[in-house]
Structures are given as structure tokens and as C-alpha cells.
Design a protein around this ligand. Sequence first.
Ligand code: GDP
Ligand code: MG
Length: 598
Amino acid sequence: DRQQHIRNFSIVAHIDHGKSTLADRILEATDTIAKRDMQAQVLDDMALERERGITIKLNAVELHYQAKNGETYIFHLIDTPGHVDFSYEVSRSLAACEGALLLVDAAQGVEAQTLANVYLALDDDLEIVPIINKVDLPSAQPDVVKEEIEEMIGLDASNAILASAKTGLGVPEILERIVSDVPAPTGDLDAPLKALIFDSVYDSYRGVVLAVRIVDGQVRVGDTIELMSNGKRFEVTEVGVMSPKAVKRDFLMVGDVGYLTASIKTIQDTHVGDTVTLADRPTATALDGFRKITPMVYSGLFPVDNAKFNDLREALEKLQLNDAALEFVPETSTALGFGFRCGFLGLLHMDVVQERLEREFNLDLIMTAPSVDYQVVRTDGEVVTVDNPAELPEPSEIKEIREPYVKASIMVPNDYVGPVMEIAQRKRGEFVTMEYLDKYRVNVIYNLPLAEIIYDFFDDLKSSTKGYASLDYDITGYRASDLVKMDILLNGDPVDALSTIVHQDFAYDRGRAIVAQLKQTIPRQQFEIPIQAAIGTKIIARSTVKAYRKNVLAKCYGGDITRKRKLLEKQKAGKKRMKAVGSVEVPQEAFMSILKMN
Ligand code: GDP
Ligand code: MG
């Protein structure tokens, strides 16, 4: 029957090992996409994904595969991101699957996110099909990689498929192995509907579109569904699958991975991990859902135009539907007005959120420097969490500041251990141990402050190891550190949105660097602008932006109105991302100065 012919699987790997390219070959081989419509990494359909060449969103598609045994199978393939900032997308994808194709680059071998992602799949008891990809490369070492898979992951790699997602080598075998190795979904067609929401997106016409995995039963257009976390009821208006464009169906049944709409207009009603059932025949128990994810970094998001505050709120709510890792709460800044304090999984995630808000919701935003969350022990004994430097209590009220620490594993070829340790040491790292992974590589473990990791650690690591190092980290807890708040004053006034929390030992250097960076980014204005960095009342660095005297319009000779208008427009465009902070016009880049201090 149908259920026995369904195979649900994800492709997991370290970033750039070829997941999206393999998905392309599978779509081609199953004639899901006509050759003429094919483009590279076709499932990376977001403009941002295409521009950056990375997968940001999970993407579930249905395809039909005629196997060598003559039978036709229904595949639901979920392509997933590889970057650590999007691992929540991976874990949610895996919850909809029975199997995972594990891709390992034949030239790079097992890397940090290979391990992180395969462990997620093993946690979910998925059947793993190991594939060694890119065997077409001259530098491919499939035998070494096989060994790594066995030694480092503990998987039997004797039957690993040697493949090239580029040339298509091995793809027929991969398709057959999906049929033979990935189990058909279990679940009961006759039981009441039980479906897992693993993703969602807001559509202005159809309302919330839910990505669901049907665990038991079936759902049809016209059914009244109930969301089990809040009891809200809706009538199903459409169900279907992505293939890769939306294809409507009359029903979804046990084992299916598809989408569902039910004129859900109130965004707050739906969240990923919730269970969908039928109102008049509910299932007894809800599914476990997903673990709550905690942000790693926080920053403030403010509309350039203060009148757009409500638009920003609406945009964040809609985006949150499609980005379950995003968090936000309203925030007020003296300098920037009303906005939101947002939590992200990392700097790439932060960057992607800002870009999506601007592109998909047409907003101009100012984003403030990222910060981690600190635990502040006050002199009265109370412990408060502070993720916004501007909200740090007065120094006289602080007994101790604790910062989040991570355990970082850095996988690197033997030759680069020196540079790696040098960087980790410089970032206040505490050496834990070093494990030899095989003849060629080591795993260097350090305890490091999260704040040091999120800024430029990874860039430094990459550049001093010719790109060979890969990094994974987990928060382990908080430690008291010698931290101080550094304020920035423009024209004598402190700008709350430019305050940062820094380690005492780095304060002078960072103060000087930020001041220098600000001098470069803040354009000359009608008056001189002193820039100062201060700890408490003590000024630790200063500089000045000289006054700008020339009037642009003076250049316009008599009455050439078009030229004059053009100049004014140009000036206006340049100002788009400027924010008046007191009397000073400050560009967006200035708020990110802390990130550009090397
Ligand atoms: P993902 O990050 O895992 O989704 O990786 P992509 O599918 O985006 O591929 C990353 C890069 O590797 C792209 O430039 C691909 O063209 C390239 N690539 C993928 N598979 C192969 C392969 O089998 N051989 C070679 N030579 N390049 C490949
Ligand atoms: Mg990809």
C-alpha cells in the first residue's frame, strides 16, 4: 500500500559538502524538474540564498521514484542548511524524517558540523546512509574519509556510496539505497489525525501556511482542525505538497510531508512543534514538539523612520513564523527611539534576519552592535540578566558580572594547531584538551567566552588555517569576569546604542579602535563632533570629526533645477540609513563599529 512506499529523508552535512547540489541531481533523476527549468541549487529559492550560495531555510519536496524493483516510491526530501547558525532548521527537518543521507566531502573529510548534524540525526534514531561526495576532485581521499566516518562517528562506512553530486556519479545507487535503507513511516492511517508542524510561512493571501508531517491518520480540505497547544480551531482550505512548486491535493495521509492552510490570520496562534489534530476526533496525546532554543547573541533593531515601529513589529511577527529561532521584545533607546531587542543564534543569523526584514518587508533598519547575555549580581544579592549594555546597573550597584562560556571544539589539520592555540589564547581561551582524530587531524578543545567567539574568532581561525579549521561550540555556563561597560559619547552626549561591555584588559584597545572606526564612518557635518570612549567618568580614547563647510548646493550654477534636484536626491539616498542621534547624523555602519576593529 501507499504508506509502505513512502520514504522521508533529509540530507545532512557540513556547509559546502554538496547537500543542495545532490538535491538537484535527485530532482533531475526523478524528473521532478524538467532539464530546461533546472538551475544549480534549485531548492535554495530565496534570493538571499542564491546570492550568498548558502542554504538558510529547510525545503521539503515530494518526488516520485521508479525503483529497479519496478515499484514507484514517494520520496519526501528535505534539504537543510549546514551552517551552525541554522542548526534549528536541521533539527526540525529531521523530526519529519525516518532517514538521513550523510554527505561527507571526499577532500575535506568529516568536519565540525558533519558531527553536529549527524548527532542530531542519531538522536532522532534516523537511519543514516553515508555518502562520500565530490569523489571527482583530484584531491579526493575516499578511503581516508571512510576511516574518519568509522572512527569519528562510529558508523559502518564499508557500504558508503562514492558519489559526485557534480557529475551525477553514484546517484542511481543513492536512490536505490533510500528505498532499501530508509524505513517506511510507521503510524496508523485509521487513527485520529496527529500531525507535527515543523515549519511555517506567512502568505498574504492564504494566511499561515503550515509545513506538516502526518504522523497518524489523514487530513482533508474542509476538515476542522485543532491546534493542540491552544485549542484554536480552523477549517482546512488547502492541502498539498511542494514538488518543488506547490501542488494541491485532496488529502494528506500518514507518512506524508506536505503543507496545509486554514485561513489562519492570527500569527500568534501557530508555532512550530505544535500538534495538529481533528476537532471532532482528536488524538489523545500531543507530540513532544521541539526543544526550546536559546539565542546566543542579541542586538537592537530600530526603524530608521520612527513612524515605522508598528510595521517592524508586524514584519518581525511574520518573519518569526518562518524563522522559529528568532526572538524579540520591544526596546527603547534614547538615541534610536522605539525598536526591538532581538535574539539570534549567531552573527550570520542576525545578518540574514536584517536582510530579510529589509527585502521582504521593505523596511530601513538600524541594527546595533551584538551582545551576549550577562548575569549581573547586584550588591543587594539579586541576579539580573542583561543582554543590552545600556541596561547594565550603575557600577556601584554591581557586585559581579558573569558571562556565558562555551566549550569549543576546533577541528584542524595537525600543522595548524599552533596558530589555532595562539588565537584561542588571545581570545581569553582556556585550554582543555587535544584529541587526535586520525593521522592528519586533531580536535582542539577550549573553554572560551562566548562574546569572544561571536565576533571575529571564526574569521581569524579560517584565515590562519587556510580555511581548514571547522568549529562547533556549546554553551557550558557562566563565569565571573572582569567586565566593564564602555560608553561612547558623541558631541559630549553618551549614545546608549553604542555602549558595549568589554573585558577590562581589552578596554583601552577596543576604546581606541571603536573611536577610530567611528571617526571614519560618521560623515562630516556642519559642526565639529568630538567622539569619546569612556569607562564611568574616565575618558579612555578620543577623536574628532571635523566640520564640513561646503554647501552642496553652492556647486549648482544658476537655476539648473534638474541638477539641483538630483543632488538633493543623492543626498537623501545617502542618508537613508542615517539616524539623527541628538544633533549628530550617524550612519548604520557606525553601530557595527565594534565588529570591525582589527
Ligand atoms: P551545501 O552547502 O552542502 O548545500 O553545498 P552546495 O550543494 O551548495 O555545494 C557547495 C559547492 O560544492 C558548490 O560550489 C558545488 O558546485 C560544489 N559541489 C557539490 N557537489 C560536488 C561534487 O560532487 N564535486 C565537485 N567537484 N563539486 C561539488
Ligand atoms: Mg545547501
